[in-house]
Design a binder for this molecule. Sequence first.
Ligand code: SF4
Length: 211
Amino acid sequence: MGIFVTKVKSDRGVTEIKHGAAVIAIGTDVYQPAEYLYGENDRVMTQLELEEQINKGDEKVIKAECLVMIQCVGCRNEERNYCSRICCSESVKNALKLKEINPGMDIYILFRDMRTYGFSEDYYREAAEKDVKFIRYEPQDQPQVEAVNEDGKSILRVTATEYVLGNKLEIDADIIALAAATIPSAGSKEVAQLFKVLWARMVSSRRPMSN
Ligand code: SF4
């Protein structure tokens, strides 16, 4: 337990608060994927971008026949060996929203583990009941994405190995949504210096779950 004094400036003047601990919420940024044709094909987007397009009513998204979500993009690997904790719930939320708007849409979620804990577990079950298909992949055998042209139609072809039977699956998607890792916000180093906190410690405290 430390002994801190924080001065808060407001319209009423400066107030001094003595406290034993301080929590510095650094916020997060979203990892910009270098995988799965992100940045090369405008039909590959992050879950956050997908949510924006759903809210805007983008017809390319809400009228898609087939949408594939790929989980754990840019994390739970050697470079970032933590779980971002929120993206499984975000994916399920977006899948349910899309099913509500367009019940006939085929939605596949390619995952390593679905970490929809707490109340989010109910949404996971609801998504499965609404025929969202969950397909597990292994970290050493990640899905592959390629852009192909068939009969004048541009398709995003996803290949993955089905974990239980070991069969190769091929899914032709209109849209791909990536559950991109959360990373420490750009300003976190500066904030760490201001508060004299070790930045590495701030960042490593983002590992509340096992890889
Ligand atoms: S919440 Fe964890 S397990 Fe789920 S996609 Fe994000 S990093 Fe992967």
